[in-house]
Write a protein that binds this ligand. Sequence first.
Ligand code: APR
Length: 426
Amino acid sequence: MTERQTGRTAQQTADVVILGAGPAGLTLGNLLRAAGIDCVVLERADPEHVRTRARAGFLAANTVRVLDRHGLADGLHRHGKPHGTCEFRTEDGSFRLDYGALGRRELHTVYPQQDLVTDLLTHYLAAGGRIAFETEAQAVEGIDGPAPTVTVRDAEGRPGHWRARYVAGCDGRHGAARRSLPPDTRRYHRDHGVSWLALLAEAPPSMDAVGYAMHPDGFAGHMARTADVTRYYLQCAPGTPADAWSEERIRTALDRRLRADEHGPLHHGRILHRSVVHLESDVLDRLRYGSLLLAGDAASLPAPAAAKGANLAVLEAELLAEALIDELQRGDARALDGYSARCLTHIWRAQEFAHWMIQLLHSPVGPGSGAAVGPVVGPAVGPAVGAQAGPAEESFFHEAMRRSRVESLRTSRTHQDWFAENYVGI
Ligand code: APR
């Protein structure tokens, strides 16, 4: 590391400056470090926050293969749990899909994202990797040239600069990398009009499957995290504050929507964490802007319905590491030139499947849907034939299609294979 004082600000250098210590940034840092590339990770949060921030937990088979290839999978093999079943509880009955025995016969590994991030960080530091915590990137400048700079601020508000040959923007959707893109950058965006109250409960899983409940009151989800912690989701009206629902209301809604009277009681436990997630999708049309390259949530935000975020982040980090190593060590820029296109193929596959899942899980009519057509009791039917056609007819049409899609998933082996391939695949 070289450090030069320029007045009140320090300027430091690294061949690759990585913004963000999430799954994308830390996977990339580990791979570059192992290849002997001079790199540094700049992270806004403190180490405790990075190691404990609860996010996703379902790792795709390909993610495990990538981490295995680079010796980063010890922890997940020791403590992760294979998982291959989901259960749909619907208005028209319940069914289970053993997706691990369908499609490509691949399993998820359930391993909390904070444990994966902790493993990646431990490995990176043990290999002598450089990281600056409590260092917030403000902007990336000079991305059209060969020496981009990152302006930063530390926890005390002191400014600094990092000069690089490449900057990897792995700092999420609201990070500095996205803010530094050229003004004519194109992005694709969809607001799904659906919000989830996302809960972490101090409770053992209540079933040996991922549970998806479609109910006239709205969607509810159940996902194992560890032996003592379960993730629950409850669809709520967009704009609901995270603290609006009492624990009592949460318990009642979970029991009702997951149909505890029919399937057996749920373990509720203390709510350890709650937030409201509004389901949105966002994709940039390129991941490379001169010497600034994006990966993970900074490049594309898949709506959380299909748990693709961390898996895309790890896949992209490997592709980016290989491309940067080729360029910096062999002067071969072909992989870097093809980086956007290679990632976007995977990104759009994941986006399409997440969109399909959202349409499967949420009724466009009834409470929580955001559609102003009133509650639905019993089978959804639209207004009378003689009435003026409008948004209500559209909603009821989509609701009828959704139920047909669920029925096809319940009965068609081909549909189930397609589901399994996309659900675990990336
Ligand atoms: N400067 C430095 N660090 C920043 C900045 C900034 N301006 N803005 C954000 N960060 C840090 C965040 O504190 C976080 O640690 O960047 C990191 C981004 O990590 P993630 O949000 O985990 O994103 P990513 O690595 O792309 O992982 C993809 O998987 O489970 C999903 O959505 C979930 O975020 C997760 C994703």
